[in-house]
Write a protein that binds this ligand. Structure first.
Ligand code: NI
Length: 176
């Protein structure tokens, strides 16, 4: 296993559609996922998409809590479908956009389907933070970074400033 280098905003691999994985059980994909897990653990983020480690394949990993024993979920060729059109604003950050935070509208409820490393179909419904993380990571597979989803760029700011001034920042209302 190895820790991989993270592509940052401006690198072309973050701007294009990643390719479908033809065989989720291919050992090459297991190796990629193992390296992504090690990389995520080393850097300490919530999720990672393969294009962020310079691999243009439709693979993402994420975990939902910060506990050390959290088991990450692996999604291969994920497809998202919104449930309803309720959207919520929330803060996001991204390992490919270091040092910044922004307020991004996302669907509150989604359904997603993907393959796991054994080639089995995963099908889940997710809400709120879980739904947000999946939408953020899957956007990477389509060459989309979170600032492109924002509707008020005044709410794109350096992490240090956001923390410092957070009390004075009024989040926009939920959108619909
Ligand atoms: Ni990201």
């Amino acid at each position: 296993m190895s820790i991989l280098k993270i592509a940052r905003m401006g690198h072309p691999i973050l701007m294009r559609r990643a390719e479908d994985v033809t065989d989720p059980t291919d050992p090459e994909i297991s190796r990629l996922v193992a390296d992504m897990l090690e990389t995520l653990e080393d850097i300490g983020g919530r999720g990672l998409a393969a294009p962020q480690v310079h691999v243009a394949k439709r693979v993402v990993i994420f975990h939902l809590n910060d506990g050390r024993n959290a088991v990450p979920e692996v999604l291969i060729n994920p497809v998202i479908e919104p449930i309803g059109d309720d959207r919520v604003q929330g803060w996001e950050g991204c390992l490919s956009v270091p040092g910044l935070r922004g307020v991004v509208p996302r669907f509150r409820h989604i359904r997603y389907r993907a393959f796991d490393l054994d080639g089995r179909v995963i099908e889940r419904e997710a809400s709120d933070m879980h739904a947000r993380v999946v939408q953020h990571e899957c956007d990477h597979l389509d060459g989309v970074l979170y600032p492109q989803r924002m509707d008020d760029l005044r709410l794109l700011m350096f992490e240090t400033e956001a923390k410092h001034h957070l009390n004075g920042i009024v989040l926009p209302e939920d959108v619909d």
